[in-house]
Design a binder for this molecule. Structure first.
Ligand code: DC
Length: 672
């Protein structure tokens, strides 16, 4: 309901534990295209589920491939090189790994079999060059029109000469993006049943490891490309796609770079273990390990796993040619903030034509943190900050900018340590969905910090004031955890009913509270492994909860459990004493009220919707009785904390109540 405009990451101190990485983007989209062009069905295991792969799956479906999800696998039935759909408009988002190869494959199919296709994307995609690929395809007899600016998508592919001529070698530039060569290599087997295809590279080929991935996957689909150095690639006559039947996608090595860096920065006790990609990876970015080691990381690994811990500290500044690891090298730029001098990343001209101009983006955002940055056409130089400044990091719709800057939150570890550790605000954090939708959740599962650095917003108030709804909405907007403390008292009450413990037996009730086996799973509450979400809302459970919550021993028994919800990146806690007893140091305390009449009316409506029949009068009476009990008990009576913001929402919609709280937060939070 509430989009997250930003995510604030508090200063972080430690890392350790195991992460599993999503599938590689580069492998996923190549495999999907190859499966889509092959004859028969290919089962793809561990495919990356992200914006860029969704774009490719949708395009293949539009083109007539039969695609079904089967648990964590996908079954793709390919076209076998024959067009079944001859006219289509394909929207390819900002996925270069879809735009380039589909342009090549569909240009060849449109020419030889009479198709008409339009390929477009987001505005940034229309600024990413494609002329070199178009110029390589046109001499074969492909017909390609630019629909916007010459040299850039959107494109129209039209019927051309039905016999594309491979007698002359295809020439393509290799020094702008290796994706043009990849696109040709992936598509040319459509034409090589009877003729040999030869590709000659003009200029120095960049990002060679990505070409290795392409060649490796082509081999899995029956195409043995012969290569002469990095200058000439030959696909012999008689080559045609043969599906391997099943294929496994390894974890993304570029995504691994954030966790390798994490280990190098902050794994001082246990290592950070990465599963899904290992030192046997076919992805070039796995060589990021060498660069991380050069800076000081201690790395071990094997097939499908890597373990990283801190070695030298501070990190050693490096001067390194990043041509072979262009994507992962962005992570080095942030590691450089923790180095003992100036680091220089060279040979990264390709950064300028990626999701955004990454050299400009990294320079601008690193400077915001206080770093000294020099940028050139194909290099960047980074000197660690003398003074760290809290920064709102613009992410340019670039997943990698968002992911690598999260590592700046480890600034308390910098040498010398900043006098005041700073939070890092990541703007538009959802852009990580391009390759790693759960990136931040994964990061927070292995990152740790002082609990008093984790922000807390408390929302206290009487029953039916709308605290729960408000807390959930605020937590969703900020990407925070949520604690509905009433559930803990209700669960204790339910456990008491079940084991026939008397409401006056303080000791037995406290023992039940202490031993509660409660779990929270995607919105559901499980008590002793059984779902009790709806049961907990019953009036008799609520009334008993109100009674037993007056016992000091019960409140004491639930104290630690409540405080344990203070987890990264922050918490919104609702209840009666969140701001007074449980989180007295909370960063923002809201005391939410509404008139008894307004609350009784809301509760009445809720119950009606749930099909429970009651009268407004009995609800109002029960509510007043509960208010009196909650307000007059000896321990933690319901009352606003001295520093609470009082908010009466009798006449406010839920949206404006949420807006009011977020507004208070923007004036109180780390970026006030
Ligand atoms: O918020 P709720 O209606 O789910 O809470 C049920 C009862 O639990 C409430 O009447 C009083 C008690 N409670 C409490 O004493 N302290 C809290 N922090 C939360 C709830």
């Amino acid at each position: 309901m509430y989009a997250i405009p930003f995510l604030d990451i508090p200063p972080l101190l430690h890392a350790g534990g195991t992460v599993r990485l999503p599938g590689s983007k580069s492998i996923s989209n190549r495999v999907l295209l190859l499966a889509g062009l092959s004859e028969g069905t290919t089962t793809v295991h561990d495919l990356l589920d992200s914006d860029d792969t969704q774009v490719m799956l949708t395009a293949l479906r539009t083109l007539g491939c039969h695609i079904e999800a089967d648990g964590s696998s996908w079954r793709i039935t390919g076209l076998g090189g024959r067009l079944t759909v001859r006219e289509a408009s394909l929207f390819l988002g900002n996925a270069g790994t879809a735009m380039r190869p589909l342009t090549a494959a569909l240009a060849m199919l449109a020419a030889t079999q009479g198709g008409r296709f339009e390929l477009s994307g987001v505005p940034r995609m229309h600024e990413r060059p494609i002329a070199d690929l178009v110029d390589a395809l046109r001499p074969l007899g492909c017909r390609i029109d630019y629909l916007g600016h010459a040299g850039f998508p959107p494109l129209r592919l039209l019927p051309g000469s039905s016999n594309l001529d491979l007698s002359v070698p295809i020439r393509v530039r290799g020094d702008v993006s290796s994706q043009f060569l990849t696109a040709l290599l992936l598509a040319l087997p459509l034409l090589t049943a009877e003729q040999t295809a030869i590709i000659d590279i003009e200029g120095e080929l960049i990002s060679k490891p990505y070409i290795e991935i392409t060649l490796n996957l082509l081999a899995r689909f029956g195409i043995a490309v012969q290569r002469e150095g990095w200058q000439r690639f030959v696909i012999p006559a008689g080559s045609r796609y043969v599906s391997p039947g099943a294929i496994h996608v390894e974890g993304d090595a570029s995504s691994a770079s954030y966790f390798i860096a994490l280990g190098a920065l902050a794994a001082t006790d246990a290592p950070v273990r990465i599963e899904g990609v290992g030192t046997d990876s076919i992805q070039g970015d796995i060589r990021f390990i060498d660069a991380a080691e050069a800076m000081g990381a201690r790395v071990t690994g094997g097939p499908g796993w890597i373990e990283v811990s801190r070695g030298r500290w501070p990190l050693t500044a490096i001067d390194i040619d990043c041509n072979a690891i262009p994507d992962a090298a962005m992570t080095l730029a942030v590691m450089a903030l923790y180095a003992d001098g100036t680091s220089r990343l060279r040979n990264i001209a390709s950064w300028r034509v990626k999701e955004t101009d990454r050299i400009a983006a990294m320079a601008t955002e690193l400077r915001k943190l206080g770093a000294g940055v020099v940028e050139g056409p194909d290099f960047i130089e980074i000197t660690p900050p003398l003074r760290w400044t809290p920064a709102a990091i613009h992410t340019y719709d670039d997943h990698r900018v968002a992911m690598c800057f999260s590592l700046a939150a480890f600034n308390p570890l910098a040498v010398p340590a900043p006098a005041a550790p700073v939070s890092v605000r990541i703007l538009d954090p959802k852009c990580v969905a391009k390759t790693f939708p759960d990136y931040f959740e994964t990061l927070f599962s292995v990152a740790r910090t002082r609990s008093d650095w984790i922000p807390v917003i408390t929302i206290d108030g009487p029953t039916a004031s709308g605290k729960g709804t408000l807390a959930c909405a605020v937590a969703e907007a900020l990407g925070y955890q949520v604690l509905d403390s009433g559930v803990l008292y209700r669960a204790t009450a339910l456990a008491a009913i079940r084991s026939a413990v008397d409401a006056d037996d303080e000791g037995a009730l406290a023992a039940l509270a202490e031993a509660l086996d409660l779990r929270f799973e995607s919105g559901a509450v499980l008590l002793d492994g059984i779902e009790v979400t709806a049961l907990l809302r019953h009036e008799n459970v609520g009334t008993l909860a109100s009674k037993i919550s007056a016992w000091p021993a019960v409140r004491q028994a639930l104290l630690q459990l409540q405080r344990s919800f203070r987890r990264l990146p922050g918490l919104v806690a609702d209840g009666r004493d969140m701001g007074t007893a449980i989180f007295p140091d909370a960063d923002l305390k809201i005391y939410l009220t509404a008139s008894a009449d307004a609350r009784a009316r809301r509760r009445h409506q809720q119950l009606e919707v749930a099909g429970v029949s009651t009268t407004l009068e009995s609800l109002l009476a029960g509510l007043k009785e509960r208010d009196a009990r909650d307000q007059n008990r000896a321990v933690s009576p319901l009352k606003p904390a001295a520093d609470a913001v009082l908010l009466d929402n009798s006449a406010l919609s839920i949206e404006s109540t949420v807006g009011a709280v977020l507004n208070c937060w923007s004036q109180r939070g780390p970026f006030a």
